[in-house]
Design a protein around this ligand. Structure first.
Ligand code: HEM
Length: 210
């Protein structure tokens, strides 16, 4: 909270109608809550993808940070953790519908762009439904953080500010999930807890019991 209150963006904050006449503290608390929601929703989707979309047979060099990162980006490409971005068109756009009909969307319209659909565009990503973390254009073209391409230091004009934290978490989880010791630990903890119904947790025994 303090970080937000002391940020340069809050320095000139004056309650106004635009900000619901909220006090500085209330406004910062609201931003803090939004940050939490943005972080939880996107990251839980990304981690789910990492744990479910990467085929067991995919060869990932866990000692190579880049290879792990490529695998995470490819998992996110296959099913976008944050699917839609909204924007206001600054200029009119023409859309072709059913290959022929032209529709003009006027400037000022609020539109939604689907990261999920674009990430599965076969014209951009060959065999889009197949996991291939060594695609030539993956890092350059991946859209998941609201920028074209993934760049830890910055890309695009309004990209996700949490991308590096989320990527670090996802890379760590992927590495851990492929480490047989993790499964030994999980299996023994589960045994101590009296076991679980494996039919409901198919992934936990991915690498077999020790
Ligand atoms: C620690 C985790 C994360 C935090 C704290 C976080 C935070 C945020 C915040 C504050 C914004 C709004 C930025 C703005 O309006 O300028 C944002 C936007 C966005 N984030 Fe994240 N995020 C996290 C993880 C993720 C993940 C895992 C993904 C997807 C893989 C993601 C994708 C996006 C996208 C696509 C937007 C743009 C949304 C839009 O403009 O409608 N974020 N994020």
């Amino acid at each position: 909270m303090d970080v937000i209150l002391k940020s340069p963006l809050m320095a000139d904050y004056v309650p106004s109608e635009e900000t619901g006449n909220q006090s500085e503290e209330d406004y910062a608390a609201m931003i803090f809550a939004i940050l939490g929601i943005a972080g939880i929703v996107g990251t839980s989707g990304l981690l789910t993808q990492v744990l479910t979309a990467i085929p067991e047979t995919a060869v990932i060099d866990l000692d190579d940070e880049k290879d792990v990162m490529f695998a995470v980006l490819e998992a996110a490409r296959m099913r976008a953790p944050v699917n839609t971005v909204n924007l206001i068109l600054s200029a009119a756009m023409t859309m072709t519908v059913n290959g022929a009909e032209k529709i003009i969307i006027p400037a000022g319209s609020v539109v939604g762009g689907s990261i999920g659909l674009a990430s599965l565009d076969a014209a951009m990503f060959e065999q889009p439904d197949t996991f291939n973390h060594h695609r030539d254009n993956l890092v350059k073209m991946v859209l998941n953080f609201n920028a074209v391409g993934y760049e830890a230091t910055g890309a695009g004009t309004r990209q996700c500010p949490g991308r590096n934290v989320a990527m670090k978490m996802a890379c760590d989880i992927l590495t851990l999930s492929r480490n047989p010791d993790t499964y030994r630990g999980v299996n023994s903890a589960l045994e101590q807890a009296g076991g679980i119904d494996k039919s409901l947790h198919g992934h936990y025994d991915l690498y077999g019991s020790p």
